[in-house]
Design a protein. Structure first.
Length: 262
């Protein structure tokens, strides 16, 4: 029961959607640095290639990519087909791809709801559904396949910013993850959520530039999330240490949810 075996992910096959940038890139590096074979998937093939080149230079695990535009349902089905050509099993699926849209309440467009909910919620189900056979093939007694859904603290609390579709989609994702935990747990697959607070990413760049000091002031630990924070949480959930965790929503936020000021 030593730590090296408890948190071992060496040789596991992992798919990280949106794994070339932001939080997804942090997660991808964590797995590759610990000996996993990570497949990155997003619509930006150039970014995927660049990320894979950088990750493969780490020299422990391996990184590959399969480009896919998740707004296109056919691309999701093609992703599953292409991955099945390369791998007979998928040990870990990280549903990380997401989008945001901010606009004042009175002018918030209907199109924002379609775009944000499609990627942040609907496609999590579509991708998971398409890859379930590969995850079932990876599952064995005591070592289930894992789904890690990247949620948000904005799905747990009411955000100050006018991101109506985003916060609603993440709240929906949190509950979908629990539903999947119940349904797929019976098929040897766990499903958990990381409700992330602020991390340095493209999505958060402008917000941190404008409100970084006040955001830090509202976090009991007084800082923004670091790559090792989210990578470590994913390694825990994907290893023997997290094999009995199913249906959990873990706030990965430095305590921002419980540190809110009235």
């Amino acid at each position: 029961m030593d730590s090296s075996s408890l948190f071992d992910v060496k040789g596991k096959v992992v798919l990280v959607t949106g794994g070339a940038k932001g939080i997804g890139r942090m997660i991808s590096e964590g797995f590759v640095a610990n000996g996993a074979h990570v497949y990155i998937s997003s619509r930006d093939a150039s970014a995927c290639q660049t990320a894979c080149d950088e990750l493969n230079a780490l020299g422990k695990g391996k990184a590959s990519y399969i480009a896919a535009d998740f707004y296109d349902e056919k691309a999701v089905k093609n992703l599953a087909v292409e991955l099945a050509k390369k791998e007979s099993k998928l040990h870990v699926l990280v549903n990380n791809s997401g989008s945001n849209w901010g606009a004042p309440f009175d002018s918030y467009p209907d199109s924002a709801w379609t775009r944000v909910l499609t990627l942040n919620l609907t496609r999590v189900f579509t991708i998971t559904q398409a890859l379930t056979p590969l995850m079932e093939a990876a599952s064995r007694e005591g070592d289930p396949a894992r789904i890690i859904n990247i949620g948000s603290v904005d799905g747990l609390r009411v955000p100050h910013l006018e991101t109506f579709a985003y916060s609603s989609s993440k709240a929906g994702l949190h509950h979908l993850s629990r539903v999947l935990a119940n349904h797929l747990g019976k098929r040897g697959i766990t499903s958990n959520v990381l409700a992330c607070g602020p991390f340095e990413s493209k999505m958060m760049k402008k917000t941190l530039e404008d409100f970084g000091d006040s955001i830090k002031a509202g976090i009991p630990l007084g800082r923004i999330g670091k790559p090792q924070d989210v990578a470590g949480a994913c390694l825990f959930l994907s290893s023997a240490a997290g094999a009995y965790v199913n249906g959990a929503t873990i706030a990965l936020d430095g305590g921002s949810v419980i540190g809110s000021k009235l």
